[in-house]
Design a binder for this molecule. Sequence first.
Ligand code: FEO
Ligand code: CA
Ligand code: CA
Length: 576
Amino acid sequence: MKIQRRTLLKGGLAAAAQYMVSCSKAGQLLNSSEHSLMNFRPVPFSMGSGPMPVISEDYEYEVLVPWGTSLQPAGPQYQHPQTEAAQAQQVGIGHDGMAYFPISDDGKRGLLSLNHEYGRNRHVLGKPEPDTLSDVRTSQYAHGVTVVEVAEYDGHWQRVESQYARRIHGNTKTQFSGPAAMSPDLMNKAGNEYRGTFANCSNGRTPWNTYLTCEENFDLYFAATGEFTPTVKQARYGLNKTGKKYYWERFDPRFDLSNSDYQNEANRFGWVMEIDPFDKNRIPVKRTALGRIKHEGAGHGVSKDGRVVIYMGDDDEFEHIYKFVSAGNYEDMLARGVSPLDEGVLFVARFDEGGTGEWLPLTTDNPALKKDFKDQADILINTRLAATALGATAMDRPEWATVAPNGDVYCSLTKNRDRTVPNAANPQAPNPNGHIIRWHDSDDLVGTTFTWDIFLMASDYFANEESFSCPDSLWADPDGRLFMMTDGDQRDGRCNQLLVADTNTGDVRRLLTGVTGCEVTGITSTPDRRTLFVNIQHPGDGDPELTSFPADFDGKTIPRDSTLVVRRRDGGIVGS
Ligand code: FEO
Ligand code: CA
Ligand code: CA
């Protein structure tokens, strides 16, 4: 099937049309076949466009840690609109990537480390603009990361008292490490106290049990109160005079692009930050060796010789896919007191015709970078520009990447309405529904060449019962399933959804639909894979007339971003 797909791609549009026909026929046959990795009854397309989630009849869900849940049972209760003091001790909004770190032997008690990507002023503050610094702090505290302890008691999951629970938010003390840490381009005239993380999109986890949070659309939180014309480098990261109307810049000068005392503040965002969920006192570390992009996620693999490999998408139209390979065996590096995320090589992908590709090193000894970049720090702070200088492939918005047990890597390309010229890896122009690309690196993940194919084009499923568009979150499970969650317009106004694909056949089944106006995102499971955690982000985009989720719909109650605990009714493996 792989080879057939590549051959067809080379044949252009006619061949692509032919492929679509054969694919949908194959899908019908597979749906009716006896043997499948997914035996659950799917949510029919006719359902899934309302104020509450709909789940397969073979599954059930319950709600965990909605926005505003106190970190400790005795903490401040949620109320709307939020206050600065309460929000600092509560779960944030915009639930996105997350990871479950078990504490108990049975895996039913653990830490949930959870990203908070996004929270509009209207939703968080109950008004479109902040009036005070306290309002800005409330908004900043609603973003970032939560570490909260959860456990199953009497068959129900809940937040429990914890020595580990903490908030890391838009104003928390942070630090930098790796090759760019001491760069003058990270220094401000105002001083060098590093603070905050926000726009935390997808995530990763390391083999040494820490959490990686990825800063994505950081540019939206910066704006200028005075004159500001972005440099070429700033423009490439989307920085502009108006931002996305959070108005943090009005009361917090760090976010004012026209304030020359904070001239490099925006360079301090767009990183992967490492958090030790088991040590409240450890300051989170931004790992500069992984580059500065609009980081979507950080899916990892480990080579047989123990090098850690991190795959990362940069989520913008025509941006790139990256991987980082640690300099050595991660256990040896940790034993020497060196972070495996501080020493290694960052690469960017070039997908060639014919299903082959190359990882291009973003290093100072690469002749293509010598002239325009003054040092490694310059390359890492301006990773996007360096990647383009190397001829990396411009992709259709790379979102999550996940490594399957056989070493195949899957990456979602959510959509690109602005593409006019197709390339081999992004064959539709425009591409409103997105696709998922799959590659396999040479030399046990660490090689500089790879083979690739397109695992699926969402448009091939568009007319089917399993119709979906805009794949975003991904998780390859150990059995060959690929969990896919969507973020974007679905056919006929249906809600965003969680689907499961069989990576051997391309068969797809819908497990859950979210609520009106939400994104379904973030995925992690207990070690036994009997419990899955997924997120409902920005239900109704905060509009109570669309949904009151997780409360029953009444047209008045403000909806709250929440985690769903998803289980099979018979206690089986999730996705089966
Ligand atoms: Fe935060 Fe690209 O999704
Ligand atoms: Ca995403
Ligand atoms: Ca998205």
